[in-house]
Design a protein around this ligand. Structure first.
Ligand code: ADP
Length: 251
C-alpha cells in the first residue's frame, strides 16, 4: 500500500521554506555578447537563459505584419536539464509553453513602433525543477529590457500550488509532481494578469488565495528584476565615466 507523502516538516516545506516563501532568485543581465539583450536567471534549482534579437527583418517574409512587429518566443529544455535525459527538440509541451509565454509578454511590447519586423525571444532551460515557464518569462522580460525593446513595463511571473491541502508559493518539483494543483501567473507591476493557467483542482476560495499569493511572489520578483537592470546600467555608466577619466589622464 502507498504511504502518504509528507510535504511539511515542523510547519516548513521540505526545502525549508515557509508556505508563502519564494525560492532564492539570482539574475544576471547582459550575459551573451551576440544577443541584443540577454539574461541568466535562477529560481531555486531552475536555471534558464534568455536571449533577445531584434527588432529585425522578418524571415520568412510572408510572416510580416504591415502595422506592427511580430513577437516569436521559443522555449527549449536542454536534454540534460531534467533527471532522465529529455528527448531533444520541440514537443507538444514546449509549443504550449512557448505560446503562453509569448502571450504573457506581447501585451507590454510596443510592437507598433516597428512595423514589418520581428522580435525573437529564445529561452533555454539548462536545469529544471518546476516553474521553468515562469523563470523563462522573468528572464525574457529582463532580456527584452536589456535589448532596449520599448515596453510599457516589465512582466513578472511565478506560480502558486496546493500541497497537502495548503496553498503554497512557487512550488518546487516534488510539490509540483505530487501536489494537488499548480497555478502559474504573469503580471505587470500594476497587477494586470497576462498569464493565468491552472493544473489540478482548486475550490474557488483556494484559487483566490493562490492568486493572491502568486501576486505577492510576482511583486517580489519585480523588485529583483528592476534592481538587476538598474545595477547593470549604473555599472556601465560608471565604467564609461571611468574610461573617460582615463582618456583625459593619458591624452
Ligand atoms: P513548469 O516547468 O513551467 O512548471 P511543467 O509543470 O510542465 O512546467 O513541468 C514541471 C516540471 O516537470 C519541469 O520544470 C521539469 O522539472 C519536469 N519536466 C517537464 N517536462 C519534462 C520531461 N520531458 N522530462 C522530464 N522532466 C520534465
Amino acid at each position: 500500500m502507498d504511504e502518504k507523502l509528507s510535504f511539511f516538516k515542523d510547519g516548513f516545506r521540505l526545502d525549508g521554506r515557509r508556505p508563502d516563501e519564494l525560492r532564492p532568485i539570482k539574475i544576471e543581465v547582459g550575459v551573451l555578447a551576440r544577443a541584443d539583450g540577454s539574461c541568466y536567471m535562477e529560481m531555486g534549482d531552475n536555471k534558464v537563459i534568455a536571449a533577445v534579437y531584434g527588432p529585425r527583418e522578418v524571415h520568412p517574409r510572408h510572416l510580416q505584419e504591415v502595422s506592427r512587429a511580430i513577437v516569436r518566443y521559443r522555449y527549449n529544455m536542454a536534454s540534460f536539464s531534467v533527471e532522465d535525459r529529455k528527448r531533444p527538440g520541440p514537443d507538444r509541451r514546449s509549443y504550449e509553453v512557448s505560446k503562453v509565454s509569448r502571450e504573457a509578454l506581447e501585451p507590454v511590447i510596443l510592437t507598433s513602433y516597428f512595423p514589418k519586423s520581428v522580435v525573437d525571444i529564445f529561452v533555454e532551460v539548462l536545469q529544471a525543477d518546476a516553474g521553468t515557464r515562469t523563470a523563462g518569462i522573468n528572464a525574457a522580460s529582463v532580456a527584452l529590457a536589456d535589448a532596449g525593446i520599448p515596453m510599457k513595463c516589465l512582466i513578472s511571473s511565478c506560480a502558486a500550488g496546493k500541497v497537502d491541502g495548503e496553498i503554497v508559493l512557487d512550488p518546487m518539483k516534488f510539490e509540483d509532481n505530487f501536489g494537488e494543483a499548480d497555478v502559474p501567473i504573469a503580471m505587470t507591476p500594476g497587477g494586470d494578469f497576462t498569464l493565468l493557467q491552472m493544473d489540478g483542482r482548486l475550490a474557488p476560495e483556494e484559487l483566490k488565495r493562490a492568486l493572491e499569493l502568486a501576486k505577492t511572489g510576482c511583486q517580489q520578483i519585480y523588485e529583483v528584476q528592476r534592481t538587476a537592470l538598474v545595477d547593470r546600467y549604473s555599472s556601465i555608466e560608471e565604467q564609461e565615466s571611468c574610461d573617460e577619466a582615463e582618456v583625459e589622464i593619458y591624452e
